[in-house]
Design a protein around this ligand. Structure first.
Ligand code: CO
Length: 216
């Protein structure tokens, strides 16, 4: 086995020892079942570990990650996670967490040709086209990238709110709320872009607000 992999297993041994020293029954307890209150939808980027950046622990977050934190209406992988989170685990809140400096968003903005991944990134390109008026008017590449990251989060919240799973959940009550956050790699901080959207009207309002800015 190479050294990089050995390093992972050694880390695992330290993890087990540390957890047991804090609570001798921790693994027996967590093996009983999970009751996370939050579904986290984030980017696959190696620098953003949802538990690490929120200082949460085992069992706290139900997590789905893909390149550029996209919600794609025919993505069976994501829809299965969503259905399980909403209908079985009954999470209270869903967070779509984008991040500044996202390679996927930047590639979509530049129109890079990367092969297979292009068809995945096409979903961001459509958000870019939708908000092109605002994004293309920004003076620097950095500002354009950061704005598209934010608007991409909103687009994914909008996609999420249009799924049957969320519409049916909202028809039964006010949960789960949809939240749009962005993580800043340069500071380690999370910023809230959209807070506790809990019905179709609030969702429309959030989208309308951004789109109105396009027209003004
Ligand atoms: Co990313």
């Amino acid at each position: 086995m190479n050294i990089a992999l050995q390093h992972l297993l050694q880390g695992n041994e330290r993890f087990v020892q540390r957890k047991l020293s804090e609570n001798a029954n921790v693994f027996k307890q967590t093996a009983q079942g999970q009751q996370p209150h939050v579904l986290w939808v984030g980017c696959s980027d190696s620098r953003i570990d949802p538990n690490e950046i929120t200082q949460t622990g085992i069992g706290d977050l139900f997590v789905h990650r893909n390149i550029a934190n996209l919600v794609v209406e025919f993505d069976l992988n994501f829809l299965s996670v969503l259905q399980y989170a909403v209908e079985v685990l009954k999470v209270d809140d869903i967070i779509i967490c984008g991040h500044y400096g996202c390679g996927g968003v930047n590639a979509a903005l530049k129109g890079d040709q990367l092969g297979l991944i292009d068809s995945w990134l096409a979903h961001i390109k459509s958000a870019h086209q939708y908000y092109a008026w605002e994004i293309d008017a920004l003076p620097t590449e950095r500002e354009r990238q950061r704005r598209l990251v934010e608007l991409n989060v909103l687009e994914q919240i909008n996609n999420l709110g249009k799924t049957r799973i969320i519409r049916e959940a909202w028809a039964r009550g006010a949960r789960p709320t949809l939240n749009g956050w962005v993580y800043d790699l340069e500071t380690g901080q999370l910023n809230v872009l959209h807070d506790s959207i809990a019905d179709t009207d609030q969702l429309k309002l959030a989208c309308k607000f951004e789109r109105k800015k396009q027209a003004s």
